[in-house]
Design a protein around this ligand. Structure first.
Ligand SMILES: [Zn+2]
Ligand SMILES: [Zn+2]
Length: 186
């Protein structure tokens, strides 16, 4: 099966190839072997898979308009990881949705596989992964909501809710909605 490092798709200078049973490869100074935990998600038709070595560096719910319209869901739950630890297999298509975000889908069933946020970070939809009973492990669970001003459904949980990106202000009930950020995406 052909495996393409996500970093290579982004023309990042640090391509990494992950192959089951292959000799260990070095990724950002980390020795990647099959002994490291690797979590694999698959698309609807099974033609594509996405693998993450190790744990996500974070996870969130994104309510932005781009995520909503491209997923058809009121929000997307995504896990973040450095591209060096992510590998895609199968034929894909890519759509640039903002200056720094490209979204990759299965070429056959159009399932979203990953978004590249700049050249270094990948966002992986949690919906691709079948976790063991009990659902996603703690490191995969979203820790906040972002672009909550753009939501179509309220969410009744205790997670922090950011009006826009997670680098910005927290959303406050009753506050006037913010103007959409130009190119808000991700
Ligand atoms: Zn597919
Ligand atoms: Zn989004």
């Amino acid at each position: 099966m052909l495996l393409v490092a996500l970093g290579a798709l982004a023309r990042a200078p640090r391509p990494v190839l992950l192959r089951a049973g292959a000799k260990p490869v070095r990724a950002a100074g980390m020795l990647v072997t099959d002994a490291l935990a690797r979590t694999v998600g698959v698309c609807h038709c099974g033609a594509c898979s996405v693998a993450l070595v190790g744990e996500p560096t974070g996870a969130s719910y994104c309510h932005c308009r781009v995520c909503r319209r491209l997923s058809g869901a009121p929000s997307m739950a995504i896990a973040l990881a450095p591209v060096e630890r992510v590998a895609l297999a199968g034929a894909t298509t890519a759509l640039r949705t903002s200056a720094r975000v490209s979204r990759i889908r299965c070429a056959a069933c159009a399932a979203p596989l990953a978004a590249l946020l700049g050249e270094r970070t990948a966002a992986l939809p949690l919906g691709l992964f079948d976790f063991a009973a009990g659902g996603a492990p703690p490191s995969w669970r979203p820790a906040h909501h972002m672009h909550y001003d753009s939501r179509v459904l309220d969410v009744a949980d205790d997670l922090p809710k950011y009006a826009g990106s997670a680098r910005g202000d927290l959303w406050r009930a009753g506050a006037a909605p913010r103007a959409p950020e130009p190119g808000a995406d991700g």
